[in-house]
Design a protein around this ligand. Structure first.
Ligand code: ACO
Length: 383
């Protein structure tokens, strides 16, 4: 790693607005986000080339091993995934004991931690990366079945990652269009430069902690609405707006009163997010009726943001049409963010492995703004 220390040493950095904006925190060969050109690249491949043709497993292989797999390598990865598709009894027990009202994202974080406590130690390895990535959908599906009063299902070895996840949730072999939609979503979200959760994972890995500790921390970072927690809130917003006619007055009121429109804006993209463009097209096909309102709200919001926040150049981000697509493939709103994690687990683990392969503790500094010369008063003498 040759991270640049601060704005003074990074000529590309803008004046410090906080939030580490413009700070280069690591070097990586995994993915590049070009926010000016609106381009996302995984290990040299444009996201548009990967999104509609590759399976999630191919992309996970690309992120982990640095190249797209040939047929033999892909079959081997599929076998490794299927060999890992089971949950130990103590993890199932943890899932059973959580109240059925628990947020699935919290279930995932807790169950992954339980799994790590009994299954993982030592320096992160590729075997661990595959093992944990294989289990994220199992945890979510098990909880979803239990909270709906249904039996937990066994995975089906002939199904790929996306199809098996849908099967475990519903108990039915999913429709091809649902598998394709979810698979493309998993490909699009698998990695994204130094986003907040990936940075979190790398910080924990840099302390020489274990892979599951890094992932639990990353899950915590992803959960927040300014990062991965937005899509169900997009759905809430669209439901509240309800009709095309209500869009303009509702959005105007929200923006005028300083509200954040969920699914809009991005720290890095100063133009359209290429993932949002892919997802928009998929959402259009998946549910044309729902799409009409989503598209109208998008167009109206962008026009109003231009009018009310001139010069901000805000666009829809990946979360906006994620909500519509995931709803169309049959996922409930509270599974949207954990399904993001099902995808991003591949990127997180690739980054953890990259970090530990050439590690130096990530330990930035803070500019202290408090007092320096207070006179100490013993407890008994304080007023
Ligand atoms: N709605 C309305 N105004 C917005 C929005 C939005 N969604 N996003 C940014 N702005 C405005 C801010 O109000 C601010 O304007 P001001 O200077 O007049 O106050 C200006 O744009 C800059 O905002 P910042 O908060 O400095 O921008 P930042 O880079 O920190 O924000 C973020 C990025 C957090 C994603 C923001 O756009 C946001 O809150 N979006 C809504 C939540 C969301 O969609 N999250 C998912 C992000 S994608 C992902 O992580 C996978």
């Amino acid at each position: 790693n040759t991270p640049q220390k601060d704005n003074a040493t990074n000529p590309a950095a803008k004046p410090n607005k906080g939030g580490l904006e413009g700070i280069v925190a690591a070097t990586t060969a995994i993915s590049k986000v070009d926010g000016t050109a609106g381009r996302l690249v995984y290990r040299g491949y444009d996201i548009h080339d990967l999104a509609r043709t590759c399976s999630f497993e191919e992309v996970a292989h690309l992120l982990w091993f640095g190249h797209l797999p040939n047929q033999k390598e892909l079959s081997e990865l599929h076998e490794r995934f299927t060999a890992e598709r089971s949950l130990p009894e103590n993890v199932l027990q943890t899932i059973r004991e959580l109240p059925s009202t628990t947020e699935p994202m919290d279930v995932l974080r807790t169950a992954v931690s339980t799994w790590g406590a009994v299954s993982i130690s030592g320096k992160p390895t590729i075997e661990q990366a595959i093992a944990v990535t294989a289990r994220f959908p199992l945890i979510l599906a098990a909880f979803n079945r239990l909270r709906n009063g249904k039996e937990i299902l066994e995975s089906r070895s002939e199904l790929g990652h996306a199809a098996n996840y849908l099967y475990l949730l519903t108990g039915e072999v999913p429709k091809d269009e649902h598998v394709q939609g979810l698979n493309s979503y998993l490909v699009l979200l698998a990695d994204h430069g130094m986003n907040a959760s990936t940075f979190t994972a790398r910080i924990v890995a840099s302390t020489e902690s274990d892979i599951v500790s890094s992932l639990v921390a990353a899950l915590g970072a992803l959960k927040g609405p300014l990062h991965g927690g937005a899509p169900s809130k997009v759905q809430d917003m669209l439901r509240t707006i309800g009709t095309v006619e209500n869009a303009e007055p509702w959005l105007r009121e929200a923006i005028t009163h300083g509200g954040r429109l969920m699914g809009f804006g991005h720290r890095v993209y100063k133009t359209a997010d290429p993932r949002a463009e892919e997802l928009r097209e998929m959402a259009r096909v998946a549910d044309p009726d729902d799409f009409k309102l989503s598209r109208h709200v998008e167009e109206t919001a962008l026009a109003l943001l231009d009018e009310l926040k001139p010069g901000r150049r805000l666009y829809t981000n990946v979360e906006y049409y994620s909500a519509a697509l995931m709803k169309a493939v049959g996922l409930s709103g509270d599974l949207f963010t954990p399904t993001f994690a099902v995808s991003r687990c591949a990127g997180w683990t690739a980054h953890i492995l990259e970090q530990v392969s050439n590690n130096r503790l990530i330990r930035p500094e803070a500019e202290y703004t408090g007092p320096l010369n207070e006179t100490f008063v013993p407890l008994a003498d304080r007023s």
